[in-house]
Design a protein around this ligand. Structure first.
Ligand code: HEC
Ligand code: HEC
Ligand code: HEC
Ligand code: HEC
Length: 238
């Protein structure tokens, strides 16, 4: 009952996989901050945020899944059933916001993608999930699962404390840094509850940095994110 493969999947189940993977990272690869999605992203499917939890819920690595669960993007579908949502819907002739594309287009992941881009088991009730900002995760999921399985045969992995986050993923596998142009596809005046959106200000509220990666105080404060030229809060996006 303790074949290598069974061992591997029990590690996944225990959400300890990242420690295993990072332990094998090539320290010569840098954790440089990429600036937005590559021009040609791989045609991967949307697999849902629950899949990301397997590897991104480790507190020592920033618990991205836990952070997302605490903030409102993860409630964006649920909140469409609130009294405020029903009232906002009524004003616009929308009786059931949770079933209407007029609201779903900004309140769930991949709302305007064709069905074939959604993996089996993808559940739009997750709201505005990881893949809204990081792009479809199928290729990343497969590549990291395969890397973890390969690493299982190696000696000496899993020494988390000795392993900095130095994994440089291949370009296009997953988007590291969403741009302001993505945020304002939803954070705009078409939203019934629109609040002026300054990325430098707002990105802090959803931050889920990996504490193992070196960052300057300005980076942690969101100051090196882009903003739009007409943003008054950060004076012309500067
Ligand atoms: C099998 C494990 C695994 C799964 C599942 C997984 N990831 Fe990752 N992910 C990694 C590893 C390993 C890294 C690189 C080291 C690190 O940041 O911990 C990484 C890095 C990332 C990064 C940073 C990219 C960069 O260039 O530094 C993002 C963003 C990310 N993952 C998002 C996701 C999303 C979204 C999902 C779900 C769709 C997901 N991951 C699922 C293992 C996984
Ligand atoms: C697919 C649409 C969509 C995209 C893209 C999007 N958001 Fe949001 N965002 C929402 C919705 C919807 C809510 C409100 C959810 C609710 O209260 O039901 C929200 C809420 C927020 C909040 C409030 C969070 C809280 O917990 O109070 C912040 C901050 C925010 N978004 C920042 C961003 C940033 C920064 C980006 C770009 C990196 C972004 N959003 C991209 C739809 C989106
Ligand atoms: C263009 C994108 C967009 C559309 C379309 C949209 N929303 Fe939203 N909605 C947002 C964003 C972005 C937020 C977060 C507001 C913020 O913090 O800036 C939000 C927040 C909300 C909130 C929470 C408000 C709060 O203060 O917590 C409710 C309720 C809501 N929307 C209802 C609806 C309903 C009902 C519809 C359809 C009639 C709808 N939305 C259509 C983008 C949109
Ligand atoms: C509203 C947009 C948004 C959502 C939703 C979102 N992220 Fe992120 N994520 C970001 C931004 C912005 C960064 C910072 C990138 C940077 O600093 O270059 C980031 C960074 C990351 C990183 C890299 C951390 C680091 O320090 O380099 C990982 C891993 C990650 N996110 C995983 C996830 C996972 C898993 C989910 C879902 C549970 C998720 N993200 C949901 C916007 C988002």
């Amino acid at each position: 009952m303790t074949s290598a493969r069974q061992g591997f999947f029990s590690i996944v189940a225990a959400a300890g996989l990242c420690a295993v993977i990072v332990g094998t990272a090539d320290a010569s690869r840098s954790a440089a901050i990429a600036n937005g999605p590559p021009a040609s992203a791989a045609p991967a499917k949307y697999i849902g945020s629950a899949k990301c939890k397997n590897c991104h819920a480790n507190k020592a690595h920033g618990d991205q899944f836990g952070r997302w669960k605490e903030e409102k993007h993860s409630q964006a579908f649920t909140s469409l059933a609130s009294p405020a949502a029903l009232a906002a819907g009524k004003e616009r002739g929308v009786a059931e916001p949770q079933k209407d594309a007029a609201c779903l287009k900004c309140h769930v992941t991949a709302a305007s993608e064709p069905a074939e881009r959604l993996a089996k088991g993808f559940d739009p009730k997750e709201g505005v999930g990881c893949e809204t900002c990081h792009g479809p995760g199928e290729a990343h999921f497969k590549a990291r699962m395969a890397a973890a399985a390969a690493a299982e045969g190696e000696e000496g992995f899993g020494d988390e404390a000795a392993a900095p986050a130095a994994v440089k993923l291949p370009d296009g596998e997953i988007v590291l840094r969403p741009k302001v142009e993505l945020c304002v596809q939803c954070h705009n005046k078409e939203s019934p509850t629109f609040k002026p959106f300054c990325m430098k200000e707002r990105v802090k509220e959803i931050a889920h940095f990996d504490p193992r990666k070196p960052r300057t105080p300005d980076q942690l404060a969101g100051k090196d994110f882009d903003c739009l030229p007409d943003c008054e809060k950060c004076k012309g996006g500067k």
